[in-house]
Write a protein that binds this ligand. Sequence first.
Ligand code: SF4
Length: 385
Amino acid sequence: LPRLTLTTLLPLTDVSATAPDPVRTSRPRRWLPRRVLVMKAAVDLPHTAEVLRRATAAGVEEIDVVGRVSAPKGASERETYAWAKSTLALVVAPPSARKPQPIPPSADWRIDLARGCPAHCQYCYLAGSLSGPPVTRVFANLDEVLAPIGELAGQGTVTSGTAARGHEGTTFELSCYTDPLGIEHVTGSLAAAVQRVGTGAYGDGVSLRFTTKFDDVEELAGLDHGGRTRARFSVNAAEVAARFDGGTAPMPGRLQALATLAAAGYPVGLTVAPVMPVEGWRDAYGQLLDDVRASLAPVAAADGHPVDLTVEVITHRFTPGSRDVLLSWYPKTRLEMDESARSQKRSKFGGVKYVYPRDTMRELRSWFETEVPARLPGTPLLYLT
Ligand code: SF4
């Protein structure tokens, strides 16, 4: 198949200029794919041009049009993993992927801008959920992907009517199958969604939410977001993040990005995940909450009112399928995935997941329910699961 000619797809506009970030003091983490593969069916879609414009500006040189996305023939499992994690594919989301699903307790509905993530977290919740090599597949038919936001406005399943979140209207979660900020500088999908919802393109009474382990928020901070996107940062105790997160922004960068978006008027949030009761966990998670308060204090002081912050807490869990995939990706991991040390939980579809035993869960719940209001006064703890 022919190498794509960039000039056929790239508008001659400069994307290098972005609004300065007054808070940032270090460089954000940016993933640079080795290659971008464009499925033939996606070549002529408008969002494809935008992705290629960004990818080229970021320095991607290998851009090919392909009939299918597959690893090089004869590649070993390690080579296939490395190839997939350095590949961004532009694909057309099929109708099944464009049908929003309820996604409690996070949001009313799920919208997928992409599937896959270039980072290397050893507990990754995508392992076992997505089949095949972990290529990041970005949906090029963005207009179709976002259209259900307007169609489902007013149809809440989870958040509507709850005291803490009723004002958000019908909520749409963007990060079920990807880290949308981690790929944003080469996709632009998140900015498009935030700006469209922020300017009322899908009516009033809808809001977006996403969670991320990245920190490149310069572009988002300058958008006309209308306060309709809650930007949550996935954070963890320093020791857990240092040991198990890979290819993501370091924790200080995430907290700095949290403060930047709060200062830009976004509602913000913490997704504390995956919580692990490691030795000294109370001190470690206490330090995390204190660090968040310190990061947001200047923003609150400048605004004259508390930051609109929420907290969600997700404890570590795994399924038999995710464990097998993770062990194949990270055979030397020290992540505890011992079924005999866990309790089984059955999903409504009959699947099994392994969670912490009831006593451990009770201790974690009790600690977070006490310490979140104590260390972050006025901040709702939306759920602990
Ligand atoms: Fe998985 Fe999230 Fe880590 Fe990406 S950032 S590898 S989606 S856990």
